[in-house]
Design a protein around this ligand. Structure first.
Ligand code: GDD
Ligand code: MN
Length: 380
């Protein structure tokens, strides 16, 4: 970085009165030597006076040579980390943007190396806890596990290659996000960038994340739900391949439908045996419970996964559910009738008849649900 280039550093805050001045000073110390810096604090109506403290700091320190501090004040309390960062980006004047926490978990000393790496060879630099040399200090086991599991889910389901796609500490050229649209809900802006910025060159630099000394974490249980939603949306929008042939799409949906069917069999068996054994239900009643449970889970899985319909609005879901259950009942009837007639009139062995009947009924179910329940063309 030459001193002429301009860097915008975005620092979202919610109740960080104890940290904010120190982090602003530390950034001034470590970064303003090597580039012109615009720090942008995005505060979500903190109740501990964070915004006022920043305003006083701006007033008292003025614009020192090459280091300005701006504040974006949002009126809604704790309106979300990603949306705060997106707000900050809109205010950024630099062509290079850094995103970091205000609580010293992300060491400002690392920023010069991030900028240097960015300048030399890439578009996005991720400060990484999980690439070799990196680590996390001070997190309880629960938090460590959650973070690792979330990272694994991102790797497996989204095909993200970076060791720490959930990092909150990263730098990028403004140009890589040109034209991209981000989901403002949640914590995972970097993950979205990694999935959506298809041709970006990405590097990771390892560092040690140290849990905050002052204040408390703002991540709550809702974060897990936000995360699962974000992954699902990225999976749906990011990996859907429209250019596949229609036949491939048809087959892949059928394969999902059959996979769900197999899962349903397992659930049916589990619930039936559970109720019969522990609940002491008559085995026929237990079996009815098993059938109901498997129809319900099959419906949800087929809706969300097989047919990629993420709209779980009450009316829509109910009317689809009713159609799904009716088609399941019809399928069962067809299967029974087929087994009976194949054995009685065509003299087939029962296992052979069963395979034929299950095959025909389940394929019929697939076709009917595709067209009637989820309103797709048969081949599209
Ligand atoms: N404006 C605004 N609005 N700021 C927020 C909000 C919000 O709703 N929620 C959190 N922040 C700010 C905090 O004040 C802090 O500066 C930063 O965002 C990170 O929040 P923490 O509460 O300190 O997060 P953490 O340390 O538990 O989580 C860390 O690890 C995650 C991945 O495991 C952070 O680095 C996250 O960014 C990261 O995703
Ligand atoms: Mn933190």
């Amino acid at each position: 970085m030459d001193k002429g280039s301009q860097v915008s550093i975005i620092i979202p805050t919610y109740n960080e009165a104890q940290n904010i001045v120190n982090i602003l000073k530390s950034i001034g110390e470590h970064v303003s030597k090597i580039a012109r810096v615009q720090a942008i604090v995005v505060d979500d109506n903190s109740s501990d006076g964070t915004a006022r403290i920043v305003q006083n700091y701006i007033r008292d320190s003025g614009t020192r040579d090459g280091y300005t501090v701006d504040i974006v004040e949002r009126s809604q309390k704790k309106a979300g980390l990603s949306s705060a960062i997106l707000h900050g980006i809109r205010r950024a004047v630099g062509n290079v943007i850094v995103v970091m926490d205000s609580d010293f978990s992300h060491p400002p000393q690392l920023i010069p190396r991030m900028l240097e790496t960015l300048r030399q060879q890439c578009d996005i630099v991720v400060a990484s806890r999980y690439s070799s040399g990196g680590s996390v200090v001070g997190w309880p086991l629960r938090r460590r596990i959650l973070s690792r599991v979330a990272t694994m889910i991102a790797h497996v389901s989204l095909g993200v290659k970076q060791a720490d796609p959930m990092s909150g500490f990263f730098a990028f050229r403004r140009s890589v996000i040109h034209g991209l649209e981000f989901d403002a809900i949640g914590y995972k802006l970097l993950l979205e960038m990694l999935v959506k910025a298809k041709n970006a060159r990405i590097k990771e630099i390892s560092y040690t994340f140290t849990d905050r000394a002052a204040g408390t974490s703002k991540l709550g249980a809702g974060t897990i739900i936000d995360f699962m939603r974000a992954v699902w949306r990225l999976y749906r929008d990011g990996s859907r391949v429209r250019e596949h042939r229609a036949s491939v799409r048809f087959t892949s949906k059928a394969a999902r439908f059959y996979t769900v069917g197999a899962i349903g069999l397992g659930i049916n068996w589990l619930v039936s045996t559970m109720f019969a054994a522990n609940g002491g239900l008559w085995y026929i009643h237990a079996n009815v419970a098993g059938i109901a449970a498997s129809i319900a889970t099959n419906f949800v899985l087929n809706k969300a996964w097989t047919f990629e319909d993420g709209d779980f609005g009450a009316r829509r879901t109910l009317s689809q559910g009713v159609r799904f259950a009716a088609i399941s009942a019809l399928g069962a009837t067809v299967q029974l009738a087929m087994v009976y007639s194949l054995v009685e009139y065509y003299a087939l062995e029962y296992p052979v008849a069963l395979v034929l009947a299950v095959g025909a009924a389940s394929f019929g179910n697939f076709v009917l649900n595709k067209t009637l329940t989820f309103r797709e063309r048969l081949v599209s």
